[in-house]
Design a protein around this ligand. Sequence first.
Ligand SMILES: C[S@@+](CC[C@H](N)C(=O)[O-])C[C@H]1O[C@@H](n2cnc3c(N)ncnc32)[C@H](O)[C@@H]1O
Length: 235
Amino acid sequence: MFGWIIPPPKPSRKTKKTFVKERLRKISSLKQTGFLRSINIEKAMLKIPREVFVPFNYRDHTYEELPFPLPGKKSTISCPHSYPMFYEAIKLSPGDNLLEVGTGSGYGAVLAAEIVGIQGQVTSIEIDHDTISYARNCVAQFNYPNLYLVEGDGGIGYPPNAPYDKICLTAACVEIPPPLINQLKEGGKLITPRQVLGNSQNLILLEKKDDGSLTLKSIEKVLYVPLQGKYGKLD
Ligand SMILES: C[S@@+](CC[C@H](N)C(=O)[O-])C[C@H]1O[C@@H](n2cnc3c(N)ncnc32)[C@H](O)[C@@H]1O
């Protein structure tokens, strides 16, 4: 689906101990390849068992660099390296107020809630009803009173918890939705995959300076499911 080749589904047989070993190995390789640099992000990745968020029939591949389909029409849990890639770029830190557009499995949201800590807050919006139900079940296995899951169109943001220090879109837009830029604090950072020509996408970092002006930087080529809703691409 969506251009990735994924292994055939098969019930998980790995033990908890094996997953812990694989998690440690993955974190070490993410550090070596430079995707993971901050201690806060590393601690969160060590603490949160990603396997809980991966559907049972793909769970044995949790620590491979592959996205897997989730319940819902166009939903995936992203590859492991994408989380530190996004969170390092926006410098996600304790105390931040983060908006995530595209909850998917809820893994990125829980990881972020651990990073921002109790002084911070994470609001994560998902447009697909079946996907957010799946995410709610996964997230219920943890206790993060600073994490809010919302069902709706994240392209229009979530004004009740704005303004945000940081915003992450985990689905590819064609144009950065203006309401998200409005809901970003001055001095804030937004990261999003953006569709360029054909199926090609760039990961874009937008910074809103203290005087309200915007800078855009392209980080690298990526491949994400398309943004839906008001600011999505018609397909
Ligand atoms: C790559 S997946 C998210 C992966 C997720 N971060 C995780 O940790 O599993 C992208 C998600 O964005 C959702 N999505 C697409 N357009 C959306 C929109 N306008 N508002 C909210 N969610 C949207 C999709 O349904 C999909 O679940």
